[in-house]
Write a protein that binds this ligand. Sequence first.
Ligand code: ADP
Ligand code: MG
Length: 684
Amino acid sequence: MIDLSSNIQYVKGVGEVRAKLLSKIGINTIYDLITYYPRNYEDRTNIKQIKDFVLGENVLFKATIMSKIVTRRIRKNLTIHSFFVGDETGSIKITVFNQNYLKNTIHEGKEYAFYGKIEGNILRFEMNSPEIVPVDKIFSISGIRPIYPLVKGITNNYIISLMTKFVNDKLNINDILSKQLRDKYSLEDINKAILDIHFPNNYDSIDKARRRHIFEELYLLELALMSIKKSNVKLNGIVFKNIDVSEFMSNIPFILTNAQKKCLDEILKDMNSSKVMNRLIQGDVGSGKTIIAALAMYVAVKNGYQAAMMAPTTILATQHYEDLSNIFDKLNIKTDIITGKTTKKNKKEIIGKLSKGEIDILFGTHAILEDNVEFNKLGLVVTDEQHRFGVKQRMKLTNKSENIDTLVMTATPIPRTLALTLYSDLDISIIDELPKGRKPIKTNAVYANENMESRINLFISKHIDAGRQAYIVCPLIEESEDSDLIAATALYEKYKNETFSKYNVGFLHGKMKNKEKDEIMSDFKNKKIDILISTTVIEVGVNVPNATIMVIENAERFGLAALHQLRGRVGRGEHESFCILKTQSKSKTSLERLKIMESSNNGFVIAEKDLELRGPGDFFGIRQHGLPEFKLANLLKDMSVLKIAIEAATETLENDPNLEKQENKFLKQALNIKFGNQLDSINN
Ligand code: ADP
Ligand code: MG
């Protein structure tokens, strides 16, 4: 049996120089080589006749050399050999540069197989430097040929030739997936899967082989994540006592939905136990996450601890502070807020009170992560709209709070399977129900010609006359795009001075000073502004129930998930709400995409559709989650395999928590090689 870990350098035909090049593409051992998968395939399964040639195509064909091989030496390093070949249907001129050995290996009157690109012109086809083999060796240049990612100095044919040394039906490596597992999930044996991914007989066998390799990658990842999570469960957490929340509830004008109750139960169970809570609340926009966080903080405070609640923007932090301090004041719970705009003096004062325990709940942006903010007895930290925080900030937070319970909230709908992987360090609660009585937001995606524009504007006026308010959002996705800002400003001027000159029109964008933003936001809340023109700074969390109209300009420039977030700014009160998605794009697909928004109000459904349409692309910056790179797997495209990988990994660890059984011997080795010392729990 070949030793797969042996250095590629000592393989015949490699040597030091090539080994260095191969190392650049990650091939250091024979194992690296055989798991260096093709990025694509070239279909050379059809043998063509010369009469069927099409200019520009690559073709495989059989033909006989029909003329003398003429050799001309053009200059020192350039010799040209040319000859005609033909089959029953026609002939074509072939030219080969240099390759002087051909003189001795090919002969007039004999039949060969050729593979190359058809060049020349429609009147006269030619072929330059094709691959040429005797006709009985046609198999060596035909079939479905792997195309590998290359590096300068290494050709595809070279990799193929190396590969054929090891990848053939004699390959006999140990399968890290047990037979039971392979049978259960219809996965191929590793040797067949490696053979088929490099040298497939047909496209179906490529799919099967890929599925097996993708499963393996994801299964290993899930096993690793699950083990890490298990070892991260800290049992030195605060054990909060159960608290009667009826006094709190009597201060809010509604009762919790069943989904909210379930989520609260999950939180309280964590808080009541010695397990350190690390929980993510995922809930669609408007599902009522804030009140759940407030209840958790209430329980912490009633237990004699302090709590902190962070939001990604000053606007949001201020809003939480204003809304919740209303309730907490009545309960005699002391709150305060620190943001980027808090003055030094003020901040010092707050920090002083905080360290003496004179503040129970501190609100703020991530400025409250700064090191000099010291709590007296911090017990719970809540982070709102967590997707806006980087992983680093998340880490910083948990570091600050050794054994402190944390709760993070997000409205970004991620399919559950994916959330389990991306947030594998967190437990997940889902609020999958909106409060009763919410009227669904009526959405219209429209092509905004002049006539439509005036109808929309009339519609807005009508609702403002009835006492409502409206948002008009302009795309300014990167807050640094000046041209977008100029366009948004121009639109604002037009709306303010012409279209809606009767009304109070405000303008909010990311480049404003925080103080200015807050003033405008509070003017809008207090109804001093009727129509708020805004860039996406209002995307998350903002809550103004009297605003019932959301108009989005150039809606085609947003992803559906972002549109859904924006739409979630309305439909928050008793009045019927509307969302108008305007586009000037003539492209049929962009209007079609926007029409999806008309038919669904469910963030999860929309996110999945968006994924299908736009592809994974930059979906929520998966990269920044610090997961390892895969050779083949793609978390989004391979969601169905990810699902079974999660299921399989869960079962495996249930049956054999430390992977000690004989059938998991190779699996454990593979995990250790791949994830090494991160896996203390498996290794004990
Ligand atoms: P999100 O989950 O998007 O952060 P919020 O927490 O801002 O949503 O809640 C949206 C609105 O719904 C708020 O005005 C909130 O007071 C209200 N709300 C929350 N829970 C309920 C409920 N159970 N019944 C009625 N209204 C609720
Ligand atoms: Mg919110």
